[in-house]
Design a protein around this ligand. Structure first.
Ligand code: CP
Length: 317
């Protein structure tokens, strides 16, 4: 496969089926190329918290013999200015374009996590301004560790996990269902899941309560319903995730029906496997009984984050 120029969305992967097969090969022997990254350095830039992404990237670097540098922007690096042309007489100390160019002097690839700020839908979040500033100004390839619009490493992992768990000779029914939460949550995991799942052979339904629409750029072509029961019927995989409203950007309108995923709701499915990117709010999004059941794939998903991270680093360096 040709070397990746960047890894930010499904279109950056030239052949997903081949990539998934290569991930299975990596999983069978993750330490096969311990010197691959000799004398190469990955910059891991975090503007937001992380457990899985941070640790799986570090471990992937270790397995490939890569050096890595972690930068927690705003904590152990200067606070970055994002606005082009800003008069920097306020609290920001370094412009993001300078940071991107400087980090390129030290790193062979830069991976960055930059959540939406929910302040400016059109100019900042939907345009993925922070990620795109890095792509524009860095002189090395960029990997998204979750941006304002997408979480490609998570979705790549989710496709791998579905592939590993589907052996029947028919398309699986895959349901992405909204779940309750206690605060306003980004659309990136849901957007990305929609984008990637269109590329595998599956019947896909997206279920959410009225008011919790996603950007149609991602959901176009998928079956949409506001009825969770209808969606779950005969499901083979259920991907659970909260997100806030897209049209009323970041709003969390009241939902009268109960969207918590429980064992009772699983009865109408085809003994569905349960997926979630984690972290999960137990007994708010998914009940303990479901998460602790044999149907839950959440730890397998978390483990597979290492495999897809290794694939991306191998194919971008
Ligand atoms: N799923 C995921 O990206 O987890 P973290 O936010 O902990 O990295």
């Amino acid at each position: 496969m040709a070397k990746l120029q960047k890894f930010t969305c499904v279109d950056d992967v030239p052949n997903l089926e081949q990539a998934l097969q290569e991930c299975i090969d990596i999983k069978n022997d993750p330490l096969a190329t311990p010197d691959f990254g000799k004398n190469k350095t990955v910059g891991l830039v975090f503007l937001n918290p992380s457990l899985r992404t941070r640790i799986s990237m570090q471990k992937a670097c270790q397995n490939l013999g890569l050096n890595y540098i972690i930068i927690n922007a705003g904590q152990d690096a200067w606070t970055w200015e994002l606005q082009d042309g800003a008069v920097m007489d306020g609290t920001t100390v370094e412009h993001i374009k300078d940071a991107a160019k400087v980090l390129s002097e030290y790193c062979d690839v830069i991976a960055i996590r930059c959540f939406p700020a929910f302040k400016d839908k059109e100019e900042e979040d939907t345009q993925d301004r922070v990620l795109n500033q890095f792509i524009e100004h860095a002189t090395v390839p960029i990997v998204s560790l979750e941006s304002a619009t997408r979480h490609p490493l998570q979705s790549f992992t989710d496709m791998l996990t579905i592939k590993e768990n589907w052996k029947e000779n028919r398309k699986p029914k895959v349901v992405l269902t909204w779940a309750p939460h206690v605060k306003s949550i980004a659309h990136s995991v849901a957007n990305s899941f929609c984008e990637w799942v269109k590329e595998i052979d599956a019947d896909v339904t997206v279920a959410f309560p009225e008011g919790y629409d996603l950007d149609t750029e991602y959901t176009d072509g998928l079956s949409i319903t506001n009825d969770q029961d209808e969606a779950l019927k005969d499901a083979d995989f259920i991907y659970v995730k909260n997100w806030s409203s897209f049209s009323d950007y970041g709003a969390t309108p009241e939902v009268k029906e109960d969207w918590l995923l429980t064992l009772e709701k699983l009865k109408q499915t085809n003994n569905a496997k349960i997926m979630h990117c984690l972290p999960v709010r137990r007994n708010v999004e998914i009940s303990d009984e479901v998460l602790d059941s044999e149907n839950a794939l959440v730890y397998q998903q978390a483990g597979n984050r290492l495999i897809t991270a290794q694939w991306v680093l191998k194919n971008i360096l």
